[in-house]
Design a protein around this ligand. Structure first.
Ligand SMILES: [Zn+2]
Length: 353
């Protein structure tokens, strides 16, 4: 596939032009996580550096590259609803939002939308409570999987074209998991979400928490597909600018929340602000500044590499999911590590040898 690279890079939020001191982390020669080619294929593998930046004006950590991934995204089929923890989380999230909606609005919610619903499992919990549901999903295969399980799903990206039809303008609840931090126009995404809700209606956004990514040195999460890295302060400010006021952070039991997830539950209180984005409050000093990101992450990669090199045995790295691919891809040029792309089930069954 051909991916276009545009030279002039700007912040996706405040539109500031990128400067050298904005670069916080570089992972070199990284592939796309869901674009596998066979070893004997004549197709060229896509490899490029992932540069992650932080802009002083808005404070949002992001990958500013303007690569056009729309063709790839339409075939990108990653979802994680098979895990029991994920299903428990989705079920509890549904219960929480339905209950809170009733407290605020004095009636049961009757309609729910989800940008990036994957195979539609989360929406099914709402549908089972009698709600009209609709998912907006770019991947054709996932749209079919979702429709086959009875979940109304439209193929496409979540953007202005979503609300061309007035049928999309009066929902009670919006919910989305790990989709907002992959979108190339975060303020556009929140604007559309706002316009699909009436005042006092709810939205819940699940994203990876930057402070947890940093605390755990999770370099595997820095992918071409992952665009924004959001902490609590960044999401709150972006929501506020988009007319969505935070009601609760992590509204369900932390034990049921996935890994480094940050869940924000917000109410629509206004129409989105117009003009250039500016946070109302500066990022608190105790929040992540990402200043030593390159050092911390690359030191970790170097330590893992050294550990692999010191082994007398040949090690096998398995993984065809996003984190597995990114973990292995930074451990190149070592003779002691044979890398295999396999899903977890195949690895457990010993098919990888
Ligand atoms: Zn900015």
């Amino acid at each position: 596939m051909t991916i276009q690279m545009h030279k002039k890079l700007k912040c996706r939020i405040c539109k500031k032009t990128i400067k050298k001191n904005n670069f916080k982390l570089c992972l070199t020669n990284a592939p796309l996580i869901d674009d596998f080619i066979l070893e004997d294929s004549s197709e060229q593998e896509y490899l490029n550096d992932i540069n992650t930046c932080k802009f002083g004006k808005c404070g949002v950590v992001q990958n500013p590259s303007n690569r056009n991934l729309s063709e790839y995204i339409s075939t990108y089929g990653h979802f994680s609803s098979a895990a029991l923890l994920t299903k428990t989380f989705m079920s509890k999230m549904c219960d929480n939002l339905m209950l809170f909606f009733k407290e605020v609005n004095g009636r049961d919610a009757t309609s729910v939308f989800e940008p990036g619903p994957g195979d539609g499992v989360k929406l099914a919990y709402f549908a089972n409570k009698g709600c009209f549901v609709i998912g907006i999903e770019p991947n054709q295969g996932l749209v079919e999987a979702s429709m086959n399980s009875g979940i109304n799903t439209r193929q496409g990206l979540f953007n202005r074209s979503t609300i061309n039809s007035t049928d999309y303008l009066s929902f009670d609840i919006g919910v989305t998991s790990y989709t907002f931090d992959n979108c190339t126009d975060p303020l556009g995404f929140l604007r559309v979400a706002n316009l699909m809700l009436k005042p006092n209606r709810l939205i819940a956004i699940e994203a990876h928490d930057l402070s947890e990514i940093e605390r755990r040195s999770e370099y595997c999460l820095f992918e071409h597909e992952h665009i924004e890295y959001l902490g609590a302060h960044s999401i709150e400010e972006l929501l506020r600018f988009s007319g969505l006021r935070i009601c609760r952070i992590n509204p369900i039991d932390k034990k049921c929340i996935r890994a480094n997830s940050l869940v924000k539950r917000a109410c629509k209180t206004a129409t989105p602000f117009e003009g250039i984005y500016k946070p109302a409050q500066r990022n608190p000093k105790n929040n992540s500044q990402c200043n030593n990101f390159n050092l911390i992450i690359n030191s970790l990669v170097a330590r893992v590499y050294k550990w692999v090199e010191q082994k007398s045995e040949i090690l096998v790295g398995c993984g065809a999911e996003d984190r597995g691919v990114m973990t292995l891809t930074q451990l190149s040029n070592t003779q002691n590590l044979k890398k295999f792309l396999a899903n977890e089930m195949e690895a457990q069954m010993g098919k990888c040898s």
